[in-house]
Design a protein around this ligand. Structure first.
Ligand SMILES: [Zn+2]
Length: 637
């Protein structure tokens, strides 16, 4: 049994890192993905931040090994994955912001003497101490060997990123997985001539040792002194997000790999005031294009029907933290993807949040044992499924999906959770996030932010609306289940039994005895409650049921029952039913022998109910047939 990396000792982790470095750099046969390697390094860094295995490459590609202490620590920038964190970061200082692409390269420090000659080059190392790579840096053609115009009789330090241009990397594709790792190996070659062979390039991003008021000015001076600089933008903070989008679009046009956008406070005075944590300077932040990755266990695959009738698989995984958010599920796109990945229950899987937002299951790193079945019957309506290339369809799609979304809509409307319109419900349903009413209560900010046209403010409001609906009166709860014949009035009557337990224990026979409930309704309600048992159980994990007072019997209408037929002119039928209940009457659901009044609306249109009531009355029943105007008098007495 392979040991979980999280459980490995530092020594074991170091051995792993070295093994994969060797496979990668020397044997050119990586056996794990870059993401996985990064993850491995991350675990080691957490456990042993100073482990030599973090900075060394195998001996053959190692440079002099001479340590260089940085005069100012070379801290790496903190990362973020969403606009909110970026805005929070920028709220801590005044003035403009500088934005530039984040280059995925190797950070180096270059020291120039009073005459502007390059005297020492070093890698970042652990931030405090790096490795001397001076002879190699002399062979990187875009690193100026002379910086006279900047030095002006004072020592200076230029910091920047050594990288491999993508046009150069194209030669090594297939051999190496990404240009960053190759650049890291290339810059540390024992033989500087070999470094030269790799055609590395350099970008400068920082200038130390001279008085400059702004970041913008630094970059301008560096550019003027022939240091290659990347494209940068000076922005007001309201433009930060649009700059992010701008650099995403530019991404494909650059001859280097970028993995985000770097933002820095423009004012150097502000930068100094902000200072640094033990790991990161506070004046800058890297807003990453792509989220972190992590390995977790696949628990199961759930299938849900999309509006198109396609049955979409969703991975349910052991919670894993990616880019600061807990991920528990991820869409698997289609049946073909499940087959292609070769998913099994209990498999170790690699998860990533693409674009920092949408979690994706990338690959299986270790297969599990449980087989994953492709459903032969639609999980929603039970109709047979049909395969078409990579997709699985419900053969009864039209009514199947519409009814699922209608159920969700009925629930939010009945319970009074505002803000969930048809479009949003459709998206939530189709993405497999809310497939039944209980899942409204499991919604997170991250879930909602995946939806189209969703902003933080709206998402927060929706969550608040859900939160405030965790306590539900029994009759409302019963009505929210979407059981046929279990509308507002039947629900009120049922609530009179006191508790949900008592209601669900009712038999058809018992229920049909109840005043104003006939056999048909009793049957539908009892069957419906049985069918909804799984949903009821799920809901009860999230909501509390409030007891209700039984409808007052002593009111003006004295427990008499009223049924309405035809179009009422004075008010809507629901209103009339509400008034009946308020005044101590019972809003009946059908014409039967217990009915006291049938109210015929003045707008006409009375049909079978009237005929039935007339028949009942003619055979000696107690029902009275009254007009709307009479009813109005009764309730206004
Ligand atoms: Zn179906």
């Amino acid at each position: 049994m392979k040991k979980n990396r999280e459980d490995m000792t530092v020594r074991e982790l170091e051995a792993e890192v070295r093994k994969h470095n060797r496979l990668y750099f020397l044997e050119h046969k990586p056996v794990i993905s870059d993401e996985e390697f990064d993850r491995l390094v991350e675990i080691l860094r957490e456990k042993a931040p100073n482990s030599p295995a973090l900075t060394e490459l195998v001996s053959d590609v190692r440079a002099t090994g001479v340590k260089v202490r940085h005069e100012t620590p070379m801290l790496s920038l903190d990362k973020c994955y969403d606009e909110k964190s970026l805005v929070d970061w920028a709220s801590k200082f005044e003035g403009d912001v500088i934005a530039s692409p984040k280059i995925d390269g190797v950070a180096v420090s270059l020291r120039y003497d009073r005459d502007g000659r390059l005297v020492q080059a070093a890698t970042r190392g652990d931030g405090v101490e790096g490795e001397d790579i001076t002879p190699n840096a002399r062979r990187v053609h875009s690193i100026p060997q002379d910086a006279k115009s900047l030095a002006k009789k004072g020592k200076i330090e230029v910091r920047g990123e050594v990288y491999m241009p993508l046009s150069v990397f194209a030669r090594y594709k297939g051999e190496f997985a990404n240009p960053r790792n190759l650049a890291a190996g290339a810059v540390k070659q024992k033989d500087p001539a070999k470094t030269a062979d790799y055609n590395l390039s350099f970008f400068a991003y920082d200038l130390l040792g001279t008085d400059v008021a702004t970041e913008d000015e630094k970059l301008k001076r560096l550019a003027a002194a022939d240091f290659p600089t990347f494209e940068w933008k000076k922005l007001g903070r309201e433009q930060m997000q649009s700059a992010f989008e701008y650099f995403i679009k530019r991404r494909d046009k650059y001859d280097f790999e970028t993995d985000g956008v770097v933002y820095k406070a423009n004012s150097v005075a502000e930068q100094k005031r902000l200072g640094a944590t033990s790991h990161h300077p506070r004046f800058g932040i890297a807003y990453k294009f792509q989220g972190d990755s992590g390995v977790t266990t696949l628990i199961d695959v759930e299938w849900s029907v999309a509006r198109t009738g396609a049955i979409t698989p969703v991975a349910i995984v052991e919670p894993v933290e990616l880019s600061g958010a807990m991920v528990r599920r991820a869409s698997l796109h289609n049946m073909g993807y499940v087959r292609k990945l070769g998913l099994t229950k209990g498999a170790k899987v690699l998860m990533m949040r693409r674009g920092g937002v949408i979690p994706n299951l990338e690959s299986v790193t270790e297969p599990g044992k449980g087989k994953i079945d492709i459903p032969r019957a639609c999980p929603s309506c039970g109709a047979p499924t049909r395969e078409e290339e990579d997709f699985l369809y419900c053969t009864n799609a039209k009514s199947c999906v519409r009814s699922k979304i209608a159920e969700l809509e009925h629930f939010v409307k009945t319970v009074g959770i505002d803000g969930f319109g048809d479009k949003l419900l459709e998206q939530l349903y189709e993405s497999g996030i809310v497939t039944d009413a209980s899942e409204f209560y499991e919604l997170t900010m991250d879930d909602l932010m995946q939806m189209e046209r969703m902003g933080e403010t709206l998402a927060a409001k929706l969550l608040k609306n859900v939160e405030s609906s965790r306590s539900i009166p029994l009759s409302v709860f019963l009505q929210s289940l979407g059981i046929r014949e279990l509308g507002r009035h039947a629900a009120k009557i049922l609530a009179g039994f006191g508790t949900l337990k008592k209601v669900t224990a009712l038999t058809e026979e018992e229920l049909s005895q109840v005043h104003t409930i006939g056999e048909v309704i009793a049957h539908e309600v009892v069957e419906g409650l049985k069918k909804k048992k799984p949903l009821i159980d799920k809901l009860l994990r999230h909501v509390r049921i409030e007891k209700e007072e039984a409808p007052a019997r002593g009111g003006r209408l004295g427990g008499k029952s009223f049924l309405f037929t035809g179009v009422m002119l004075a008010m809507k039928r629901e209103e009339a039913q509400g008034l009946v209940e308020e005044q101590g009457g019972v809003a009946a659901l059908s014409v039967n022998k217990d009915l006291d009044y049938l109210v015929v609306g003045d707008g006409g249109g009375a049909g079978s109910k009237l005929a039935k009531a007339k028949k009942l009355a003619a055979s000696g029943g107690k029902v009275k047939i009254i007009e709307e105007s009479e009813f109005l008098k009764m309730i206004k007495l």
